[in-house]
Design a protein around this ligand. Structure first.
Ligand code: ZN
Ligand code: ZN
Length: 295
């Protein structure tokens, strides 16, 4: 098993334990807020399953059926995860709506809170393990997992504090209000995840600073050529594809222009390992006198 896959499997096991503890917290208390936290943890379990699927699929090399590789599997799984999060938010709102009509304090509140808090402690410990191992620094999927865990721990702290206040000050309506707050928070996260992943699936252009860096690398390493234009770049998960036209003097031999192409490719690949570059060579009358002039 590869390292990120091992950690993703660890997250799955931790997630299942946390769901068990938080579901028990909800069962003993009947609290809408604890229900929302348990449901959120259940989404994490599905998310961990999808991360495992995505890591396995995305790691597959390109084949005849998928010549551009399988990296977009990561984006697809992120869209599905975002959908699940939004669905969980809807379920929480439904439960909170029922409770807010007839608010009541949780039964056995301190047992429920203790169980819920222990789930939060397990999450915090696992987030610490992911951080210390260095896996979060090397693998985006694990980093996302860790960020999600930390957000969950903060949510749990908020729930425990808010529900304690509800019990101590006898404000039953706080329970469904906390649940509504959580539903809104995770709906926003889920919605953002969906929109961002869909935009990447539609081959969103790279950020401006990366475009500028590519332009300057091409400009400095294309000595002998005249200009580069019609540059396009797209990203599919961890793979990226770059293509552009390179205008050279019409009398230049194919061999000479190929040397220039290889030099540009080497410079780009040094900064962006794994980028797949396609260069279309053209004679000088195709020059547009715009785009990237060779410096
Ligand atoms: Zn052209
Ligand atoms: Zn070549």
């Amino acid at each position: 098993m590869t390292t990120p896959l091992r950690f993703a499997s660890g997250s799955l096991v931790v997630g299942i334990v946390v769901v068990g503890v938080k579901a028990a917290a909800w069962q003993v208390s009947g609290s809408a807020a604890l229900y929302s936290d348990a449901l959120e943890s259940l989404v994490n379990v599905f998310a961990a399953l999808m991360v495992i699927f995505a890591l396995r699929t995305a790691a597959k090399p390109a084949d005849i059926e998928h010549p551009y590789g399988h990296a977009k599997a990561e984006l697809l799984s992120a869209v599905a995860e975002g959908g699940l999060i939004v669905f969980a938010a809807v379920l929480i709102l439904e439960r909170a709506g029922e409770t807010i009509l007839a608010p009541h304090l949780p039964h056995h509140p301190w047992l429920g809170l203790a169980l819920n808090a222990s789930g939060g402690v397990i999450n915090a410990v696992w987030a610490g393990v992911l951080g210390r191992s260095g896996a979060a620094r090397r693998y985006p999927a694990i980093a996302a997992d860790q960020a999600h865990l930390i957000a969950d721990v903060i949510t749990t702290i908020g729930i425990v504090a808010g529900l304690s206040l509800a019990v101590l000050a006898n404000i039953p309506v706080l329970d469904p209000l906390i649940a509504i707050g959580i539903a809104i928070q995770i709906a926003v996260i889920g919605g953002r995840t969906i929109l961002n992943s869909l935009s990447l699936l539609l081959d969103r252009a790279p950020p401006q600073d990366i475009v500028a860096r590519i332009n300057s690398l091409v400009s400095t390493h294309a000595t002998g050529a005249i200009e580069a234009h019609d540059m396009r770049m797209r990203q599919a998960g961890r793979s990226s594809f770059l293509e552009f036209h390179l205008v050279v003097p019409g009398t230049m031999t194919v061999a000479e222009s190929h040397i220039i192409c290889d030099r540009i490719e080497a410079a780009l690949k040094q900064e962006m390992p794994g980028v797949i570059i396609t260069i279309h060579v053209e004679p000088d009358y195709k020059a547009k006198h715009q785009g990237i002039l060779v410096g």
